[in-house]
Ligand binder design. Structure first.
Ligand SMILES: Nc1ncnc2c1ncn2[C@@H]1O[C@H](COP(=O)(O)OP(=O)(O)OP(=O)(O)O)[C@@H](O)[C@H]1O
Ligand SMILES: [Mg+2]
Length: 449
């Protein structure tokens, strides 16, 4: 079958000239002078490549592009624009266009670009088929068509069927828990339980019995037997969130459990066989934990049989419009978003990733006058500048000596974060961006424990 190219261009003479050029090159050409009609044609005919004018009489090219991707078209798209430094064109590539050309169009350059785009697309297809991935568009509940998210979907598809332990990495709010849900749902264990334990949320002293359970009389308060999370997850999946926070003695016990596939309740001596698929997640780099001795290397290798790493939202800005649409669609009253508001969203770095975006949209929906979100509705928490002000640095009493100054600063940081967190240590550690254990160490150092 001949390679098919759809040209969407409202100027008739330009449309004709492009068609002739492409037909001469042996391409089959489809034509449209309108954005809406072009979109329909693209979704029906599934061309291999689309040349898309950005300024169209009915809808603009960016909207067409967004809706193409939302309709799961995988055509390569090249944007045509009259302005050389068009921010639109740059935005188009963020939304998944292969590239853009400026008008007047240089035929040779365009043909070269088309060949490259087609090559890239067929390569991408080959890789997809080679890996025998589940059919696109991916995983229910998860939004995003960026290449890095497609990789994530493929991995989920490949590991779900096995019993392999999976380690999910990624910054806070990138969707680690969603991935663990998806793996469970797509696995042969979907009918079994999915049990979740957040290792950072449960005090260290309780976590052991939480995970492994205890026998009656195991300790003073053990009035009756309690089944641990491992046993509860039997026949299903156990999700261990924030695994980097696991204390050393529990790391050892977890390792044994994985190796022997049995658990022992506290105060018991029977090794109870368990059939559990383990998924662990961490927002911290476990490699670093291994390097500085906080995380057992042997356990790391046991957990990291397959690793799935979620990209931060700022590295896949093309997914933002889709996510925004998803969050808007949850609103009970119809809400739309103005382009300048979406622009503001696209410009932000989203350090809190999808969760932060989700919260911002939820707030914007409430604030939207007449159901239209304007830039004023988007409340982005501007973080304090990462750099310490000059005036502050000048006052540092360096003559007091390095360690004395560092200690004072550390104490301020710890006290401040604890205050902001209302005494919640997990939250305080999150504010500071450090592991809970470091916070504990510092608290006892400063007599705050
Ligand atoms: N790809 C996605 N599509 C739709 N919603 C998403 C996506 N990724 C994340 N979310 C939403 O963002 C929020 C955060 O996701 P999740 O709890 O899975 O992140 P996390 O990586 O576990 O974060 P943390 O490390 O803070 O626990 C959830 O409300 C989730 O539904
Ligand atoms: Mg989480």
């Amino acid at each position: 079958m001949r390679t098919r190219v759809l040209v969407v261009e409202d100027e008739r003479t330009a449309l004709q000239a492009l068609s002739l050029l492409l037909e001469d090159e042996g391409y089959e050409v489809l034509k449209s002078e309108r954005g809406e009609a072009g979109l329909q044609l693209a979704l029906q005919e599934e061309p291999d490549l689309i040349l898309l004018d950005i300024r169209l009489p009915d809808v603009d090219g960016i909207t067409v592009l967004q809706r193409l991707r939302a309709g799961y078209s995988d055509a390569a798209v090249i944007i045509m624009t009259a302005e050389t430094t068009s921010s639109n064109a740059i935005r188009a590539t963020q939304y998944g266009a292969f590239d853009y050309v400026s008008k007047p169009i240089n035929d040779e350059h365009l043909l070269l670009l088309i060949r490259r785009a087609l090559e890239y697309r067929s390569l991408e297809k080959e890789v997809r088929e080679f890996r025998q991935t589940p059919p696109q568009p991916g995983i229910p509940g998860m939004v995003g068509h960026s290449p890095s998210m497609q990789e994530v979907y493929k991995l989920i598809g490949r590991v779900a069927g096995s019993n392999a332990t999976v380690l999910i990495g990624g910054e806070s709010g990138t969707g680690k828990e969603l991935v663990s849900n998806a793996i469970h749902e797509f696995s042969g264990r979907a009918k079994g339980p999915l049990v979740k334990v957040n290792c950072a949320a449960i005090p260290e002293s309780l976590l052991e019995s939480e995970l492994f359970g205890y026998e009656k009389g195991a300790f003073t308060n053990a009035a009756s037997r309690r089944i641990g999370r491992f046993e509860q997850a039997n026949g299903g999946t156990l999700f261990l969130d924030e695994i980097a926070e696991l204390a050393p003695n529990l790391q050892a016990k977890l390792l044994r459990t994985i190796q022997e596939r049995t658990v022992e309740r506290l105060g018991g001596n029977a090794a109870i066989p368990i059939d559990v698929r383990l998924i662990a997640a961490t927002a911290h780099d476990l490699n670093e934990g291994v390097a500085n001795g906080h995380f057992r290397e042997d356990l790391y290798y046991r957990l990291n049989v397959v690793s799935i790493s979620l990209p931060p939202l700022r590295d896949r800005a093309e997914d933002i419009p889709l996510l925004v649409q998803r969050f808007l669609s949850r609103s009970v009253r119809p809400v739309t978003i103005r382009q300048d508001a979406l622009d503001r969203i696209m410009q932000h770095r989203w350090p809190g990733n999808v969760r932060e975006l989700e919260n911002a949209i939820t707030r914007a929906i409430v604030l939207a006058p007449g159901g239209v979100i304007t830039p004023e509705c988007i409340q982005i928490a501007e973080r304090a500048a990462a750099t310490v002000p000059d005036s502050w640095v000048k006052q540092v009493p360096h003559r007091d000596g390095y360690w004395s100054v560092i200690r004072q600063v550390e104490e301020r940081l710890v006290r401040g974060a604890l205050e902001d967190a209302g005494g919640n240590k997990t939250e305080a550690a999150r504010i500071l961006g450090v592991q809970r254990r470091l916070l504990y160490d510092k608290m006892s150092e400063f007599g705050l424990a």
